[in-house]
Design a protein around this ligand. Sequence first.
Ligand code: AMP
Length: 485
Amino acid sequence: MGTAGTGTTTRARQAGTRSTTTPAAPAAPSTTTRDRTTEPPPRTAAAEPDSYTRRVSPSSPIRAARGVRDILPGERAAWALVERAARETALRHGYQEIETPVIEPVELIERGVGSDSDAGGKELYRLEPHGEQDGREAGEQRSRLVLRPEATAGIVRAYFEGGLNQGPQPVRLFTLGPMFRHDRPQAGRFRQFYQFDVEVIGDPSAAYDAEVIEVSWGWLAGLGLEGLTLDLNSIGDHTCRPAYLERLREYYGPLRDRLHPDCQRRFEENPLRLLDCKEARCQPFKAGAPKITDHLCAPCAAAFEEVKSLLDAAGLEYRLDPFLVRGLDYYTRTVFEIQHEALGGAQNALGGGGRYDGLAAALGCPDTPGVGFAGGIDRVVTVLEGERGTVQPAAAADLVVLPMDEGLDRAAAQVGRLGRQAVPTAVDYSRRSLKAKMRSADRAGARRVAIMNSDEAARQVVQLRNLVTGEQSEVSWDDLPGALR
Ligand code: AMP
């Protein structure tokens, strides 16, 4: 499930009234990454003509673009844990992995995410046409390309394009990968970030809504995270929502002049979005606004009851939030969001999702129901490390081969190959002293070293030393794999 499409970037900004609380954010997992991404916003457009990148002087080293970051090995261990949990949870529920391109035609995103939403509009990374290859032939219209801001539209496209709609239904899919939004970088908000995305396409049953929520919750709870909250709402469908929107307009009509200018615009363009306004001056009005759950048609109300009873049966606690909404027409019925208490301000959601029964038709495909979830890996890693501390990465190599003399590279490479039959093995080809090599292997977390001088190489033996106990013994090359096991 991708961006909510209410015109906001993240679902975090859609959750009703709670966003005024700003608990302290957990410690960032790595100062290296945090320093690079939470830099101050650009002062003015004139001061920073190219806001994708930083200003560089010819003498300074080139740094990563603004709002993006490297996941260095020290932090990658936590990422691997989070990704593995996502993959295992999805597979355990019968979801199949899919990869879709990070570049998509602009029309897919504009129609699928909404060109009036931030993620599908001003935050979209548009790719420059590619020189001659993009040269148009007479009368030919070529699609411009963008970097995907979310995965759902691409997955629904692939479902039809790849013929998955012809097989057994529904189709359960998941993906893990980078998304791109040109938003203002800040803690918890990056321009390249990573999502775990699950989708069930091809069946309108509310039971799949509950299943997707269970998968999402199972992923996060399975990581041992505490402080999670599940918010739930239904936003009706094309039968009941128009009448509700009329009531909303009737309610807000007399208040219009007192609303924030953005909300005055929302009143005209998309009144549902009045409910996810975070402006202090609009909050008192919101509190008295009619609730959509009081105006659901019978099938939507029954579907909502079904979702709730299935969540009850699964032992999943949820909070009903009548202001959790999304603004595009093709979103229907269930909307949910999972928050973590440690994430503050507007970036408090770990993920969210809902039903999108009108999306396929909006993309020009046959009318097909779907429901999904998108969770932010970056934020999950942050709260995970905040709760349980840094996840220690495995040592790069368990064994390091240390040739002592010149001319032993070939022999050392051979010992390396033998070592690798048993454990992760690296060879230190540097021309440093043995003492320096030993220290380096120790600091890198190796448990053993295989030391070898020219004489030993000629005899095809090594001195196998345990760096933890200090024990050392001579081992023949042939016996090395066995001695390491
Ligand atoms: P959305 O697709 O906007 O509903 O976002 C789903 C989840 O993706 C959010 O709850 C966040 O955890 C994550 N997310 C969205 N945008 C960003 C971003 N710019 N940086 C980091 N994580 C993000």
